[in-house]
Design a protein around this ligand. Structure first.
Ligand SMILES: [Zn+2]
Ligand SMILES: [Zn+2]
Length: 313
């Protein structure tokens, strides 16, 4: 990426930038072409958003050898952004990039083979590509991060539902889901939530852990996680240890978490992974007392409510 070019774009505005870009002489190498493409695609650095120009520059970067540009150009063809929509062409670009060991391309090409988009459906090829993408887990490449997590979660689904020719293996599914969830993959966090909630797929039922994963998914703004957590925890006023509704006892320190009784509260307080002891924030208490016992029988003055503060932790 060229700092000078970025400066030119920011200072010179679109007209001058277009002139320079059109000359096709001043940009140097795939990295710079990719940067220009990104400017057009996202409408940044003083350039107006223009999907057609973005596609032109993704193509230039692709020809100059950028495997990342291949993926973007493929995605542009898939969505019909600035080019005539064609899954067949999209798959060709994804394939070029996947052959260069690009994890994002391997994952997205796997989804094409899995669904038969732009290519003849082939689950065994899809599985092989999911595995290749997931194997980038330790590569430390931040650009591949999201795709690697999605590939891991897809592999977990294969083991869980016995698809793509994989023999059902709950333990293996659980391992892959948990690994992907560690990297904050939204779909994996939701899978961990559902399996801890229901005690399925090799997970031992644990409401406290289920809520932990749901909250993590909500923090990632994944799907309807936030809506779900509000629904399950706030509206139903469930016990934060066992999940039974209409819990009446509140943690006396934070006045937020509800429990059926003292023993449920103790389970949550001492949970080995998601202990409420570590999360309880007495400063949010109406009395503001960090040192207050959470187990006092005195009722909270109920000033704090879970709805407004739950996500702030
Ligand atoms: Zn309970
Ligand atoms: Zn508390």
């Amino acid at each position: 990426m060229s700092r000078n070019l970025a400066k030119d774009i920011a200072e010179g505005g679109r007209g001058r930038f277009r002139q320079r870009a059109k000359s096709s002489k001043d940009w140097k190498g795939a990295g710079e072409a990719l940067f220009i493409a990104t400017c057009y695609a996202e409408g940044i650095e003083g350039v107006g958003q223009d999907t057609e120009e973005a596609a032109i520059w993704y193509r230039r970067a692709s020809i100059a050898g950028s495997s990342e540009a291949h993926v973007h150009l493929g995605a542009a063809y898939g969505a019909g952004n600035g080019v005539i929509q064609s899954w067949k062409t999209a798959v060709e670009w994804f394939g070029k990039s996947a052959a260069q060991e690009n994890a994002s391309a391997q994952y997205v090409l796997a989804t094409c083979y899995s669904s038969g988009k732009g290519v003849t459906k082939d689950e065994s090829k899809a599985l092989a590509l999911y595995r290749l993408a997931a194997a980038h887990h330790d590569s430390g490449n931040p650009e591949a991060y999201a795709s690697v997590c999605c590939a891991q979660n897809a592999l977990g689904d294969c083991y869980n539902h016995s698809t793509h020719g994989v023999t059902r293996n709950n333990i293996h599914a659980m391992e892959v889901y948990l690994e992907a969830a560690e990297s904050n993959s939204g779909p994996a966090l939701m899978n961990c939530f559902e399996h801890y909630l229901n005690g399925t797929c090799g997970f031992q039922r644990d409401f406290i852990l289920a809520i932990k994963y749901l909250r993590d998914a909500a923090v990632q703004e994944h799907g309807n996680a936030l809506h779900l957590i509000q629904n399950i925890v706030c509206e139903s006023r469930v016990c934060m240890a066992c999940g039974k509704p209409k819990a009446t006892r509140k943690c006396a320190r934070c006045c937020k978490y509800r429990y059926c009784n003292a023993s449920c509260q103790m389970v949550a307080w001492k949970h080995p992974i998601a202990s409420h002891k570590l999360r309880c924030q007495g400063a949010h208490s109406p009395r503001g007392n960090q040192d207050a016992s959470p187990f006092t029988s005195r009722a909270c003055s109920s000033g704090a409510n879970l709805e407004s503060t739950f996500m702030a932790e």
